[in-house]
Design a protein around this ligand. Structure first.
Ligand code: ZN
Length: 249
């Protein structure tokens, strides 16, 4: 069965900045969409900030098995109602893969319940991502480490809840380390955070980075979709002493 992936990108840097546009002429969402198409097994859709409802209508999310999110400079422009809608869909089973500066996005921080803060530096430095879980489906075919010649530094402390699974730790040339690939279960949904992908570097053209993102989407995709919000009063299956007892608030 094909997995329906929706790739959400803020899509402002590529429009406003020549350097970024030269790396991602159609936007990084299209670069990632091409990687999913090349892999096969996915039905790929894209959505961006400037579309009505940021392209994430109720109908789009209902028909999304896993949502990718890249945002950076305009987190505050994401409508609270849309962020709440994404959170509800995650709790009801939709998968979410948050990329790079999405650590500060409204959907990610709502779903995590923490600030998502960290330290950062733009200094064209080397990043080495260490693979801690070669047994994990998201790390399938990934070597013991990946090197990116130039990336933005993200360092600890990263304000996230302790991950259910920690798949990669990054080392940076300047000395910091960072939890770069993390997973969580939230309600019925699976959430992944994956660090690399600063807009001024060609990181999303890297085949190993693409492979991790595709495998993260495949792992996080919805297994079940169900409105899990209600807590109904339930009639007993077997006789009980006082079936009509009122709940006193
Ligand atoms: Zn960045």
């Amino acid at each position: 069965m094909t997995t329906r992936v929706t790739i959400w990108n803020e899509f402002l840097h590529e429009v406003e900045n020549d350097e970024v546009r030269s790396i991602y002429p159609e936007g990084m969402h299209e670069t990632l969409a091409a990687a999913f198409k090349e892999h096969g097994g996915f039905e790929t859709k894209t959505a961006t900030l400037r579309e009505p409802e940021h392209g994430l209508t109720e109908e789009v999310l209902e028909n999304t098995d896993v949502l990718l999110w890249w945002g950076h400079k305009a987190h505050h422009e994401v409508d609270d109602e849309v962020a709440a809608r994404v959170q509800r869909h995650v709790l009801n089973g939709m998968g979410m893969v948050t990329l790079h500066s999405g650590h500060y996005s409204k959907p990610f921080t709502r779903v995590m319940g923490t600030y998502g803060s960290l330290v950062w530096r733009e200094a064209d430095e080397k990043e080495r991502l260490w693979n801690l879980r070669p047994d994990h489906p998201i790390m399938d075919g990934i070597p013991d480490y990946i090197e990116l010649e130039k990336e933005e530094m993200y360092g600890e402390r990263f304000d996230i809840p302790t991950p259910d699974e920690l798949l990669m730790i990054s080392w940076f040339q300047g000395g910091e380390v960072f939890r770069s690939a993390c997973t969580w279960q939230r309600g019925l949904g699976r959430v992944v955070y994956f660090r690399p992908g600063h807009e001024t570097y060609p990181t999303y053209h890297n085949p190993l980075i693409q492979r991790i993102i595709v495998q993260a989407a495949d792992w996080a995709k919805a297994r079940v979709r169900r409105d899990a919000a209600g807590s109904p009063n339930q009639t007993s299956f077997e006789p009980v002493p006082n079936p009509t007892k009122e709940h006193i608030l």
